[in-house]
Design a protein around this ligand. Structure first.
Ligand code: SME
Length: 178
C-alpha cells in the first residue's frame, strides 16, 4: 500500500512564515519606499509559498488607497504584485478586497463563489485571503492572495500574512498613498 505522503505539511508552512518575516526584514533593510518594498515582498511571498505548499497559488499582491478617489468614496488601486494582469480599481466595500478594507479585518475565503460580490479578476481563482494594511487605525491598503483550488489558505496563512502586513506598514514611507 502506498503511504499517503503530502508534499507539504502545516509545520513546513509555519516555518516558511517565520523565515519569510526575516527575508522581508532583509530586503527592506535600508529601504523605505513602499513600491520597492511591496514589489519585493510580493515576489518573496509568491515564489516562497509556491515552493513550500502543494496549493496552486496564482496571485500575490497589494492594493493601496487610491488618492484620486474622493474621501466620501474610498477606493483601492492596484499596487505591486506577482501573477496575471488584475483589476485596477476596487471600491471600499466591494469584493473580497474592498470588504477587508471597509471592515479593517482579514477575509479568509475558502470558496470565492460563495462570497457575495467577489470580483473575478482571474476565473481560475477559487479561494482567497485578504489582509488589511492598517496605519494608526486607518486602512491604507490590502495584501491579497489567490489560489486556483478551494481551501487554498488556512489560519496558518492568515496568521503569517497578518504579521507581514503589520511589519510592512511600519517599514515603509507611504508618500503618495496617504
Ligand atoms: N478577487 C478580488 C479582486 C482582486 S484579484 O483577486 C487580484 C476581490 O474580490 O476583491
Amino acid at each position: 500500500m502506498t503511504p499517503n505522503i503530502s508534499a507539504s505539511t502545516a509545520s513546513d508552512k509555519a516555518e516558511f512564515y517565520q523565515d519569510l518575516e526575516l527575508q522581508i526584514q532583509g530586503v527592506t533593510d535600508g529601504q523605505r519606499n513602499w513600491v520597492t518594498n511591496l514589489a519585493n515582498s510580493s515576489a518573496l511571498i509568491y515564489h516562497g509559498l509556491r515552493a513550500v505548499t502543494d496549493k496552486p497559488i496564482n496571485w500575490v499582491g497589494f492594493y493601496v488607497l487610491d488618492q484620486s478617489s474622493p474621501s466620501t468614496k474610498q477606493a483601492l488601486i492596484l499596487g505591486p504584485f506577482q501573477g496575471k494582469v488584475a483589476c485596477t480599481n476596487i471600491d471600499f466595500g466591494r469584493g473580497v478586497c474592498g470588504t477587508a478594507a471597509a471592515e479593517a479585518r482579514t477575509m479568509l475565503v475558502k470558496d470565492v463563489h460563495e462570497f457575495p460580490g467577489h470580483i473575478a479578476c482571474d476565473a481560475a481563482s477559487n479561494s482567497e485571503v485578504v489582509v488589511p494594511l492598517v496605519l494608526d487605525g486607518r486602512v491604507i491598503g490590502v495584501l491579497d492572495l489567490d489560489c486556483e483550488v478551494t481551501e487554498g489558505f488556512d489560519e496558518v496563512d492568515q496568521a503569517g500574512l497578518e504579521v507581514v502586513a503589520k511589519y510592512l506598514v511600519q517599514a515603509c514611507d507611504w508618500r503618495g498613498v496617504i
